[in-house]
Design a protein around this ligand. Structure first.
Ligand code: SF4
Length: 366
């Protein structure tokens, strides 16, 4: 595609003409560096038109790394014997939620490995009740894997607002390859529909740069977000974790640079296609580029950051991939660095707000 044609497609998409999947793939394939920069600038302009120069913050609490699944890429998969399994106590979790609220984050993400036994699901319900009783309770996003409709509804009734369940790849063949004997693509998709039915703001996302994945597959991922009418997106580059079956995937400089660049393009094109959804600039970007990764995600159109507020003593045992940043920084240190990095790029935190995606408000009022 020529640069001229690329600019035309960029403009028509930004103006609201929905691209088909072939055009989405073309948007993900800028013909030169200038076109790529124009893609990021256009997505940032749209993000600022919708959200201003403001960024929503969610304090991340990785409350347990116990998981019943064996996803091939994941550092806390059940077969990995190289980590210490933990579950934070209720008091520790509520303390972290309060800390996030005191920091002005307005929202927290409670993330864990997947368990669907009653002891676990009841515990999450109880925790939600305790968090709701804080003087200024933060909005809660849950990310605890596939659950039944009954459990999702119970968690909504207990006060959770959002749920994040990544599809990882909307191409069934890739999904199957990285989740053998874990779950099926149909099950994962059905779980997303249950999340929506239960009343959650619904979030999903994908890994970018998986072995064998092309820009065509990624275009189909964006098409999937659109078809599923998703409210929130969290996606990042694939980073091999050494103690997993995918730990030997290519990790040379060129491959990593391509994954990083594709991840930024995915953020930008997703912003242009879906417009008023929340999009996170994820830790995986920061892992590849510790100085500027997270900032570059925001400059490509993301509007959410999830600073860790969990206890340092647990963090090294929640490494989904190698090289996770900020392992030895406490919540205050992470907050200070975050504020400085936002200032550097002309963005500001939105203090003390839940930060709902306008897309959710629009679809539920329609
Ligand atoms: S990706 Fe989630 S469900 Fe899969 S092994 Fe990791 S924590 Fe468990």
């Amino acid at each position: 595609m020529t640069a001229e044609r690329y600019y035309d497609l960029l403009k028509s998409t930004a103006d609201g003409i929905a691209p088909d999947v072939t055009e989405i793939e073309a948007l993900l394939s800028p013909p030169d560096a200038e076109c790529e920069q124009k893609l990021f600038d256009t997505a940032l302009a749209l993000k600022r038109e919708i959200f201003g120069n403001l960024v929503n913050l969610r304090g991340l609490i990785e409350f347990s790394n116990i998981c019943t699944c064996d996803c091939l890429y994941c550092g806390i998969r059940k077969s990995n014997t190289h980590i210490r399994r933990y579950r934070m106590s209720d008091d520790e979790i509520v303390y972290c939620a309060k800390l996030a609220a005191d920091f002005g984050y307005g929202a927290v993400v409670l993330q864990s490995g997947e368990r669907s036994d009653r002891e676990f699901t009841d515990r999450v319900t109880r925790l939600l009740g305790k968090i709701a009783q804080l003087p200024a309770p933060p909005a809660v996003t849950l990310s605890c894997g596939e659950q039944s409709l009954e459990v999702f509804k119970e968690w909504v009734a207990a006060g959770a607002k959002r749920y994040l369940l990544r599809i990882e790849s909307a191409t069934e063949e890739i999904f199957r390859r990285i989740h053998p004997e874990v779950t099926t693509f149909a099950n994962r998709k059905a779980a997303l529909l249950r999340i929506r039915e239960a009343g959650f703001q619904t979030g999903t996302g994908v890994m970018i740069g998986l072995p064998g994945q092309t820009l065509h597959h990624l275009a189909r991922d964006i098409e999937f977000f659109r078809e599923m009418d998703i409210d929130m997106i969290g996606m990042g580059p694939f980073l091999p974790q050494k103690d997993t079956p995918m730990g030997n995937a290519p990790d040379d400089k060129e491959t990593v640079a391509r994954r990083f660049s594709w991840a930024l393009r995915m953020i930008a094109v997703t912003r242009l296609v879906l417009k008023d959804v929340n999009i996170a600039s994820t830790t995986a970007l920061q892992t590849i580029d510790p100085e500027n990764g997270r900032e570059r995600g925001l400059l490509a159109g993301a509007n959410v950051i999830m600073p860790n507020v969990g206890d340092i003593s647990y963090r090294k045992d929640y490494q989904l991939y190698n090289g996770k940043p900020s392992l030895d920084e406490n919540g205050s240190q992470i907050r200070e660095k975050l504020l400085a990095s936002l200032r550097k790029i002309g963005e500001e935190p939105r203090w003390d707000v839940s930060g709902d995606p306008p897309h959710f408000t629009r679809r539920t009022k329609a």
